[in-house]
Design a protein around this ligand. Structure first.
Ligand code: ADP
Ligand code: ZN
Ligand code: ZN
Length: 834
């Protein structure tokens, strides 16, 4: 391989890589997949080497790379290939794709071991005369030294004795030695987590008197500065992120440690210690995983998975199992089987909370002693994420559990990719690169010639369609374990309810009676509501204006505890208005019940019940989440209120009632998938009831009881829903029968946004009807988001390749006409058309 030049992908919004020259002294260390530091424009930036071209392009000035950042390439060749595929398929800038795939650049304490390989030994054993011609004396000396030391030495020892690294790399490239890297044990096992103490805004005003005696009071300029620092920390810990580890707070706010300590002393913050390593989590201690005898359905499914492994080739299997049918048990055994074949396994779950649960299952089955399981998700700190990534890369973990981006885990010898709850929207990344984790998992399985196992109780229409056409293999678990009955689902018609009671309570008479019955019997209830916050709309009765976000065309949500309005799209925060911001009338009213309000209502109605709420506001940390779920599972709570978070995955044994406050919010979304999402959510949440020995009952409140999505959910009839919805999609030409792309043109300046969408429209129009149907430009449903005005085109085609070609052309057209790269968003296979 020629190492004079390398092509580097940089995290910039451009669809190309850049060629750099490699200075002599770095040649040994440069190889595809390593990260390097290079000059770009006026800056020095990190990029990843994707290949080593023979020669550089002509007529451009070639600059040199500055530094190689890692010994072992972060990316494997397979991942480089996958990255290129993503860039091509989703029309995403290649550098941003690789940035999304990689962990943060971190200095981790590692240890490198040099081992002689079988080839190395053989070479030394063969005749010494032949050796001396081909190899330098120092190379042979090194091999002999390794043999003398039982075949392996630490790199640090070798370096001390004056080893030249180029020599080592040369031997490694010829396969005579191998370099292994392992992470050194952490010095610290615990970390300090910081949280904002009060939800009371007034507390923010620090006066010299309010500072505690322990700290020397600040005054004047210093006090002013401290107050600014407080605001910064508060923004971060309260509004943006929730509780965080101390080092991360310091890094993100750029504050000195002393300032944070002062805040702790003043009682503005509180802190606790938490193990750094999830494997040491107290919630895992003493956990014994269930290991059941498989029932005939499970056994059949596992046999088919095994048969797939035997074939030793790519295949997709769809495990369609009703809620409570024991899919997890099938996954765990499939992983076990994979490990027994000396291969590795990847398990994707739709949200962070489920990584905790699945991670624990996997650790209990496979990892406890060998630390064989790694967990990857976006809420880890940079150091944690880098550590977990390198543990996988170094071969120390052979099972990875994670959310969407874990699909890029650098496992080698991959034998199985599981995508649990494959229908979930959270697998889709809604920022560049806009990839779908499930689809990338399938492509990765194909590239690495291995098996993808998708699981769901309510498969996406796309996946089940592929199963009916034979593209995927269908595995079915038709009934709940031990033949437990599915819960009985009933509809509460809110129109009738209103006629009878003339009250607008969100809790209907039947739901109230149901909850009372639970409380009387000592069983538990789950109550689902689709929005968080107290009220999702603030209206003026006098002029009819609603309070909108300053940056988005979205109404602000009122949060009562925090006493303020928040935009759930951009995080913008405003004070709770006393008067109407438009006409100044004092008839401001809060409308549309959210989870916070529902919790309050339940507490008022059921005075003795023990109630908790589970939504994004109450589960900012893993700890809060685990405590609430732990309390509920352990019987310390009677009612759990929450958002969609409640619907997924959990296996509570004593829940006999599930109430759905309203099925209508999702159903009325302006989106062709609205019915599908409603059906899925209702089925999933209904699946939380009656999982133990007790029978379950589900009450769905709605104004549209006759809608088929609700009717089929009541009957828990996936196949009926699938038939009806498939016909609808076929007739109207929606996926899976056509390919879809959503194009958004955006800018903070309205005129520019209009001009560019017009230009793009001119480019598109001669192509309209040539195998691609182009709708738009129209104002996007979210007409303004994060200060940007948005226009939308929707492109449909029965042939995906036509779409890709047309859109690649559109991007070139933008470039040629100096429309900025970030002004046009291409969303292939969009899930949200907002
Ligand atoms: P699903 O993910 O399909 O909804 P789970 O995998 O959560 O279902 O399993 C539901 C429950 O059934 C769990 O408590 C699990 O321990 C139990 N279970 C799984 N397989 C069996 C079996 N063969 N016999 C008895 N119980 C089982
Ligand atoms: Zn008004
Ligand atoms: Zn906003």
């Amino acid at each position: 391989m020629n190492r004079t030049f390398c092509n580097v992908a940089l995290a910039v919004p451009l669809r190309t890589t850049f060629t750099y020259a490699v200075p002599e002294q770095l040649r040994a260390a440069v190889q595809p997949g390593v990260r390097v530091l290079v000059p770009f424009r006026q800056k020095s930036v990190v990029g990843v080497v994707v290949d080593l071209p023979e020669r550089a392009p002509e007529k451009v000035k070639i600059r040199e790379i500055n530094k190689v950042l890692e010994v072992i390439p972060a990316l494997t060749p397979a991942l480089i290939e996958l990255g290129h595929w993503i860039a091509g398929y989703y029309l995403a800038p290649v550098g941003e794709v690789f940035r999304a795939m990689l962990p943060p650049v971190m200095e981790l304490r590692t240890q490198q071991q040099i081992r002689i390989t079988a080839a190395g030994r053989q070479l030394v054993d063969s005749t010494s005369s032949a050796l001396s011609e081909e190899f330098a004396a120092e190379e042979i000396a090194l091999l002999l030294k390794l043999i003398a030391k039982n075949g392996a030495l630490l790199a640090s020892t070798l370096e001390k004795s004056g080893l030249n690294t180029a020599l080592l790399q040369r031997l490694a490239r010829r396969g005579l030695v191998e370099i292994r890297q392992s992470l050194l044990a952490r010095k610290q096992r615990m970390q300090t987590i910081l949280a904002w103490r009060t939800e009371d805004t007034e507390k923010e005003e620090i006066t010299p008197q309010s500072q505690e005696k322990r700290v020397r009071p600040l005054q004047g300029k210093a006090l002013e500065k401290f107050q600014q620092q407080i605001r910064r920390v508060r923004e971060l810990l309260e509004a943006e992120r929730g509780p965080l580890p101390l080092p991360q707070v310091l890094k993100l706010t750029d504050l000195p440690r002393g300032a944070v300590e002062r805040m702790l002393a003043c009682g503005l913050l509180y802190s606790w210690e938490e193990p750094i390593d999830p494997a040491e989590d107290p919630f895992d201690v003493g956990y014994a995983p269930p290991a059941h005898e498989l029932n005939p359905d499970q056994d059949m499914a596992l046999k088919r998975v095994r048969a797939r492994f035997e074939l030793g080739e790519f295949g997709v299997q769809l495990l369609y199992g009703v809620t409570g049918s024991g899919k997890t048990e099938v996954y765990l055994r499939a992983i076990q089987e994979t490990l027994a074949r000396q291969k590795t396994a990847l398990v994707l779950v739709p949200e962070i909370a489920l990584t905790l649960w699945m991670g624990r299952q996997c650790r209990a089955w496979f990892g406890a002693r060998f630390e064989g399981v790694a967990v990857l998700h976006s809420a880890l700190t940079d150091v944690e994420r880098a550590r977990e990534w390198w543990r996988v890369r170094n071969g120390e973990a052979r099972v990875v559990v994670g959310t969407r981006s874990a699909v890029f885990a650098p496992l080698e010898c991959l034998g199985l990719i599981i995508v649990d709850e494959e229908q979930e929207n959270s697998y889709k990344q809604e920022e560049t690169p806009r990839y779908h984790g499930r689809d990338v998992a399938i492509v990765r399985a194909k590239m690495e010639n291995t098996v993808a196992l998708l699981g769901s109780a309510t498969p996406s229409l796309e996946s089940y369609h592929h199963a009916t056409t034979g593209k995927y293999e269908l595995l079915t678990l038709g009934s709940r374990v031990e033949n437990r009955a599915l819960a009985k689902v009933e509809v509460v018609d809110l129109r009738e309810e209103f006629q009878q009671t003339h009250q607008a309570s969100s809790i209907s008479t039947p739901l109230r009676a149901g909850i009372q019955e639970c409380l009387a019997n000592g069983t538990q209830a789950l109550v689902l509501i689709n929005r968080r916050g107290y009220s999702w709309s603030v209206l003026c009765r006098s002029c009819g204006a609603s309070v909108q976000c300053a940056n988005c065309s979205i109404s602000m949500t009122y949060h009562k505890n925090r006493n303020r309005l928040e935009c759930h799209y951009c995080g913008f925060v405003a004070q709770t208005p006393k008067n109407c911001p438009k006409c100044d009338s004092k008839y401001v009213y809060f409308f549309g019940e959210g989870s916070e309000h529902l919790e309050e209502r339940l507490r008022k109605e059921f005075l003795t019940a023990r109630i908790a709420r589970l939504d994004r506001d109450t589960t900012r940390t893993k700890r809060q989440y685990q405590e609430t779920l732990g309390a509920f599972a352990g019987g310390a709570l009677d009612i759990l209120v929450g958002t969609q978070m409640l619907a997924k995955g959990h296996d509570f044994q004593r829940v006999t009632l599930v109430g759905v406050i309203s099925a209508d919010g999702l159903l009325s979304m302006p989106d062709f998938r609205a019915a599908e999402r409603t059906f899925q959510l209702l089925t999933q949440v209904a699946g939380r009831a009656g999982r133990g020995e007790l029978h379950g009952r589900v009450l769905i409140q709605t104004y549209y009881p006759e809608h088929y999505a609700i009717q089929d959910a009541v009957k828990q009839d996936y196949l009926a829903f699938f038939e009806r919805e498939t016909n609808f999609r076929r007739t109207l030409g929606y996926p899976p029968f056509t390919s879809l792309a959503n194009v958004i043109v955006r800018d903070t300046n309205l005129e520019k946004a209009i001009r560019w969408s017009r230009q793009l429209s001119e480019y598109f129009s001669p192509h309209n009807g040539q195998g691609v149907r182009i709708l738009g430009p129209a104002t996007a449903p979210l007409a303004r988001l994060k200060k940007e005005y948005r226009f939308q085109f929707l492109l449909k085609s029965p042939k995906r390749s036509l779409l890709t070609k047309l859109l690649a052309g559109a991007l070139d057209h933008c470039e040629a006409n100096e429309i900025p790269d970030t002004a046009m968003i291409v969303d292939m296979d969009p899930l949200s058309l907002m």
